[in-house]
Write a protein that binds this ligand. Structure first.
Ligand SMILES: [Zn+2]
Length: 309
């Protein structure tokens, strides 16, 4: 370093042992880690801001993290090697700040392991920043092999070969990630009570995760309110939704999920039916069948909910 500084002193060249390049960093291990720590601090701060926003708008905070923020560190993981250690800080921020804010209550370690998986593997679509680090770099290096070989050896680039190599590497990385996530899912879900295992299995087998990756626009009511979103993610993991009333306001019986789905006096069964009915009518209107109307109430039901027509 000193020798380089002496040699280049007359040229006014700033001699460094590490340098930021194309969104990544090239340099010795310590310099890279220092640079990485600074980046991670910025992202931790961003997670804290999103956690604050999640108190009021959990759906929007979840989409902001999964569709935007996590792609920032995902890019860095593809272009900088050996950066698992700084990302433990990021994982801690997700575990201790973001996920509790999203659910509105504490989450345990087993639940966290499941939540930090892809949506189709039973997770929330939030990638584990530590586990994804090495895989991302290896996959990116493998995918750009034809391109980098061509630059290093000075030979012309075969675009077809490059594209094939990229596709192959993306496919292999996806399969490897799926298999790793599958292992985590099996190991973690086996430790949960049987009724929660069944819930998780049904969510996974039934592919009930598309809603998590939808853009929360007002069109088609895709934007969920705080309670709607929290209830949905709680049910996804077999948790009891927060803010559950102790007793049914229709019949004063102790209130739980089964009762909510069964009681004909609390109004929830009717509300569910009406919502499906309204949705069907909306869909029919979208197809051009604008004459479709809701069936009118001919006779109001009595106080027990019977006799309605
Ligand atoms: Zn009831």
């Amino acid at each position: 370093m000193e020798r380089a500084q002496t040699l280049f002193a007359d040229f006014k060249v700033n001699v460094v042992t590490g340098f930021r390049l194309l969104g990544g960093f090239i340099g010795d291990f310590q310099e890279t880690e220092n640079w990485m720590n600074e980046k991670v601090k910025t992202w931790v701060k961003a997670i804290e801001c999103l956690s604050k926003a999640a108190e009021q708008q959990p759906h929007l905070a979840h989409v902001s993290l999964t569709k935007s923020l996590q792609n920032e560190w995902s890019y860095v993981q593809r272009v900088v090697a050996n950066v698992e250690k700084p990302f433990t800080l990021l994982r801690t921020a997700l575990e201790s700040t973001f996920l509790p804010a999203l659910f509105g209550s504490e989450v345990n370690q087993a639940e966290i392991s499941l939540m930090l998986l892809s949506g189709h593997n039973g997770g929330l679509g939030i990638r584990d920043p530590v586990n994804s680090s090495t895989l991302s770099f290896q996959s990116s290096r493998e995918g750009s092999k034809i391109l980098s070989d061509s630059i290093i050896d000075g030979i012309s680039l075969e675009m077809d070969l490059h594209e094939t190599q990229m596709k192959k590497s993306i496919h292999q990385a996806r399969e490897l990630r799926d298999s790793l996530e599958q292992d985590i899912w099996v190991k973690t879900s086996n430790g949960l009570p049987i009724h929660r295992q069944k819930t998780l299995q049904r969510i996974k087998d039934g592919e009930c995760s598309t809603w998590l990756s939808m853009m929360p626009t007002h069109d088609n009511n895709f934007l969920l309110g705080a309670n709607e979103f929290r209830d949905s993610i709680a049910l996804r993991y077999g948790r009891v939704p927060i803010k559950m009333p102790g007793f049914c306001d229709g019949c004063n019986q102790p209130f739980d999920l089964s009762h909510a789905l069964d009681c004909k006096r609390g109004g929830l069964v009717g509300a569910r039916h009406n919502e499906s009915c309204d949705l069907n009518i909306d869909l029919l209107h979208l197809t051009g069948l604008t004459q479709t109307v809701k069936e009118p109430i001919i006779q109001e039901p009595d106080s027990d909910g019977n006799g309605g027509l």
